[in-house]
Ligand binder design. Structure first.
Ligand code: NAP
Length: 254
């Protein structure tokens, strides 16, 4: 179960036999597509990097997306209290996946909500694929000993067309983290890029083994938000950029 980096929009892909897992009986290809990268990313962020444990508090951005839902479900396996940002229309859906405190980030300041609900203590792990000023706010939402895991920059792509001004704006507002500040506040910032983990065979074998086991037992349930035939890939991207999806958007091949 290794990310293919590029060339994934294809009906045939050449990979090493050791890098694939059989799809458990009764599960569909669509579910499998919603499983791999999402759950591996969420697992590595929460468990390997975030050291999540029972009773800890987690903040998940993009909680209604493929990685976000995976992270909420895994957090619940570990008995964590979950905060998640999502558009208001998706709150009922994310609650069902394990988000205890959905936050409408368009109308609420998530940093203020986290501080209020936790009595100022903050969260132990924050998963942030949004970027820009969001990284700074997520960092300030951390508890003592907390970790911010950064793994994306969705803020740079707010709409269907390329928006260079918006990209520059968010880039300029991206915080720099000083080692002295990290040391004195007992917090950490960790990057995650699955595509750059090729060759990390130990972790890329162990984590999927656990995940496929949970999937087979029904402890995790990949959510397919929508599926499009491969020739409609552009429509699938537009659907995502319109924030239409709850769960993973997948492409199907005849
Ligand atoms: N570093 C890695 O290894 C790695 C691996 C996988 C994914 N990622 C990154 O993680 C992020 C989420 O991936 P995903 O597969 O979960 O995506 P997804 O299924 O498309 O979901 C993204 C969710 O984020 C929210 N969102 C917030 N800002 C957005 C924006 N500017 N554009 C689109 N959606 C936005 C949307 O919901 P609302 O309606 O609630 O806004 C949506 O539900 C992406 O940035 C992706 O590149 C990184």
């Amino acid at each position: 179960m290794v990310p293919c980096n590029y060339g994934g929009y294809a009906d045939t892909l050449l990979v090493k036999a050791t890098d694939v897992f059989p799809i458990p009986a009764g599960k569909s290809f669509e579910e499998a597509a919603a499983m791999t990268v999402n759950y591996l990313t969420a697992y590595l962020a929460l468990i390997e990097q975030g050291n999540l444990r029972e009773g800890r508090r987690v903040l998940i951005h993009g909680a209604a997306g493929g990685v976000g839902i995976a992270a909420a479900q895994i957090s619940k396996i570990y008995g964590a209290e979950v905060f998640g940002t999502a558009s208001a229309a998706k709150h009922d859906a994310v609650r069902k996946e394990g988000v205890d405190h959905p936050i409408d980030y368009r109308n609420e300041d998530f940093e203020a909500v986290v501080k209020k609900v936790t009595g100022g203590r903050g969260v132990h792990v924050a998963l942030d694929p949004i970027g820009g000023v969001n990284f700074a706010k997520s960092y300030r939402s951390l508890a003592v000993g907390g970790k911010l895991i950064v793994y994306g920059f969705s803020a740079a792509a707010p709409g269907k067309s390329r928006q260079l001004l918006s990209l520059a704006w968010h880039w300029l507002r991206t915080p720099s983290f000083s080692p002295f500040e990290l040391m004195s506040s007992n917090r950490g910032v960790i990057g995650l890029h699955l595509g750059r983990m090729t060759g990390e065979t130990e972790v890329l074998k162990a984590a999927p083994t656990t995940l496929v086991g949970w999937w087979t037992e029904g402890r995790i349930r990949p959510v397919v938000g929508a599926s499009y035939p491969a020739e409609d890939a552009a429509k699938a991207h537009a659907f995502i950029q319109d924030r239409g999806n709850t769960g993973k958007v997948v492409l199907t091949f005849p």
